[in-house]
Design a protein around this ligand. Structure first.
Ligand code: CU
Length: 666
């Protein structure tokens, strides 16, 4: 059976694409970077998914296309190709401009890590550390960033750390070194070795012998403190199984239907989201994020990763496992990527799907009779965890029974650390351990919302809650307030406003809700965030224009999926939403895309080290006049008969755990 147009790439398709490319370039050695599904052309796929939604006979499937990024190793040129899998044909293969760098790939990172540590000049520097037995040096290759308009080499900056020779979970981020080599990853040559500043200013010093220091560990096996012993098991049981079912990547849960997509770049993607057979969203994904660092000193000024465009959430997604990453009855989804030689690589269990209880959905007690109506808030969670070197990002799309879809993002993992001299502190970072500083930085995300609110012609509006004019005739007591509506008619950027309680809505002007008498709509519970702090003249800002406004509304065009543009690695300027809104196109009652930029300004705390307790942010897509009344009224009553809670019985004094308060000690 051929895949659904929204299905992730299969290993057979990857092998076929490689064969097509090898036939097209006979005798030319090719080094593969990416082969993945090309997003289907929307006008071709909509009739197909509409026929599915309406349960009528299906038209022809749209052509299955794959996209490939690869280097020709004879000319070293960077190429992009499009392959039709159905016809086994190469549609085109074009050479990309010299200054375009593709994303980092797994094989490249591992290879360059080894080459860096084996390079004689790097080894000579490491020698100067005079390391005692039992420790050695490891390195994290970093995306180079940009500080030179004319740079066209494919560069990586390496940060070095001291690490135990025989301990896999040793926290090397706790022992950063001052040696930072830069390599050209095409020629494999060392470009130079940067020194990291360690004082309060921009100056650097030659490599000094290492003063032995103890790493601050996070792994349980390496902790010196005893583990707490008073935690009782918490077991999630679903004796009759989960309430979801699947047909391939099509998920059925309560009144929701959607398809789970997966690609190397965004990782999980939601397609064709419907509720009770009504269209709600065509496509939802976190499409980009950038992490600029606020340390003004070289080479840290270049620290600006685009974790989606430079590496890929799909490529860095964790293999999830039962009993750890989520609890209960779990369905896992696999993905595939390609390695540098063109072999498919299985990405096992990269997404997980499960239900969870999240407290109460709605409740009312009639205070006279004490009769209560209460339902629990059962949710369906689709989760992905990405490890981007030191950091972890946990993404979850959460569906509930009242028509809400939440995007929850948790940041955890280990801070990116810098060496710092004893007794020194800097105004743009926090000392988190002896000799270790973590610089201030921002995590700036973008969520792409391709809506289909009861159809594909939608309009984005915003509404401010404002006081009515102080008019004795219309507002005699001065208490009235109203919503002021602004319709976004032309493609544009917009800002949030907390003082105005500004809310952005996506509505379908062609369908009126009989209860409200207004167009059906979903609203975006946006996350008011500080936007990019870097100066307009900085490359950091030029490369991430999406990070300068909270809201962008564009007319839908195929191939416009990533807020900072297609190629972000070592980009000099972005080529994304800012260009698309500048077309000044009609976005009223047409196929529109809403892009929401949201961020964490992360000024590290000592408590964020050695591993960061998760920091959680959330965005919600909430029906607003999409339904005629509360859509969760038909969720059954929450009862003890079903939920089987147990009653706590107070323990006898002798069985109680010791209380920390001395006066209450028994
Ligand atoms: Cu952070």
């Amino acid at each position: 059976m051929t895949p659904h147009p929204f299905d992730p790439v299969t290993p057979a398709e990857l092998r076929l694409a490689v064969k097509v490319l090898e036939n097209a370039f006979p005798g030319v050695p090719l080094r593969y970077k990416v082969v993945d599904v090309q997003e289907p052309i929307k006008k071709d796929v909509v009739p197909y998914i509409e026929a599915e939604r309406l349960c009528v006979s299906l038209p022809r499937k749209p052509a299955r296309l794959l996209m490939a990024l690869f280097h020709r190793m004879d000319t070293k040129s960077f190429m992009k190709a499009l392959i039709n899998i159905d016809t086994r044909a190469l549609l085109h293969a074009k050479e990309l401009p010299k200054d375009v760098q593709g994303p980092a790939d797994v094989d490249e990172l591992i290879d360059m890590e080894e080459r860096c540590l084996k390079h004689p000049a790097v080894k000579a520097e490491i020698e100067k550390l005079n390391l005692p037995p039992g420790v050695t040096v490891c390195t994290d290759p970093w995306i180079y960033g940009t500080d030179d308009q004319g740079e066209t080499r494919r560069l990586f900056q390496f940060y070095l750390y001291i690490v135990d020779t025989d301990n896999l979970q040793h926290n090397h981020y706790s022992l950063p070194c001052t040696i930072s080599p830069v390599f050209d990853c095409m020629t494999k040559e060392l470009v130079r070795i940067d020194r990291l500043p360690t004082g309060a200013d921009h100056s650097t010093t030659p490599t000094q012998p290492w003063k032995p220091a103890k790493a601050v560990q996070y792994a349980h096996d390496l902790l010196e403190e005893p583990l707490r012993t008073d935690l009782k098991p918490y077991i999630v049981q679903q004796p009759e199984g989960p309430s979801f079912s699947l047909d391939g990547n099509l998920v059925y849960w309560q009144k929701w239907r959607f398809r789970v997509g997966f690609n190397y770049r965004e990782g999980m993607v939601l397609y064709g989201v419907t509720y009770d057979r009504r269209n709600v969203f065509y496509r939802l994904a976190v499409n980009e994020m950038t992490v600029p660092y606020g340390d003004p000193r070289a080479p840290y000024h270049r620290k600006q990763a685009f974790d989606v465009g430079d590496v890929g959430f799909g490529s860095t997604a964790n293999q999830l496992s039962l009993g750890c990453d989520c609890l209960g009855h779990i369905k896992y989804f696999d993905g595939y990527r390609i390695d540098s030689k063109g072999n498919p690589v299985l990405l096992k269990n990269v997404l997980c799907l499960h239900e969870q209880d999240n407290g109460i959905q709605h409740k009312h007690t009639n205070y006279r009779s004490q009769a209560a109506t209460v339902v629990r808030n059962r949710q369906l969670v689709l989760q992905m965890i990405c490890t981007v070197a030191n950091y972890e990002y946990i993404f979850a799309w959460i569906f509930d029974q009242a028509g809400n879809i939440e995007l929850e993002v948790r940041a955890t993992g280990i801070l990116s650390t810098m060496p710092i001299d004893e007794g020194v502190s800097v105004p743009f970072g926090t000392n988190v351990a002896p000799g270790v500083m973590a610089a201030y930085h921002q995590h700036i995300f973008n969520m792409r919302i391709d809506p289909a609110i009861d159809g594909h012609n939608n309009t984005v509006i915003y509404q401010d809650s404002v006081p009515m004019p102080d008019d004795p005739a219309t507002n005699p007591y001065g208490v009235g307030y109203v919503q002021e509506t602004t319709v976004l008619k032309r493609s544009t950027a917009a800002d949030l406003s907390v003082p105005d309680a500004r809310v952005f809505k996506i509505r379908n002007d062609n369908i009126i809700n009989p209860t409200s008498g207004k167009p059906v709509a979903y609203k975006l519970h946006a996350l008011p965030s500080q936007l990019m702090l870097m100066h307009p003249r900085s490359f950091n800002r030029k490369r991430a224009q999406f990070a300068t406004r909270s809201i962008w509304v564009t007319k839908y065009h195929d191939d416009e999926l990533y807020a900072a543009g297609e190629f972000t690695n070592q980009s000099r300027a972005s080529s994304g939403v800012e260009e698309w809104v500048a077309r000044d196109e009609n976005v009223e009652n047409t196929d529109v895309v809403l892009w929401h930029t949201f961020a964490l300004t992360h000024n590290p705390r000592p408590e964020d080290f050695p591993v960061m307790p998760m920091e959680k942010i959330s965005i919600m897509l909430r029906p607003d006049g999409f339904f005629e009344k509360n859509p969760a009224l038909d969720v059954p009553q929450s009862t003890q008969n079903v939920n089987r809670s147990s009653l706590h019985v107070d323990t006898k004094p002798s069985e109680r755990q010791e209380c920390s308060c001395p006066t209450s000690k028994l």
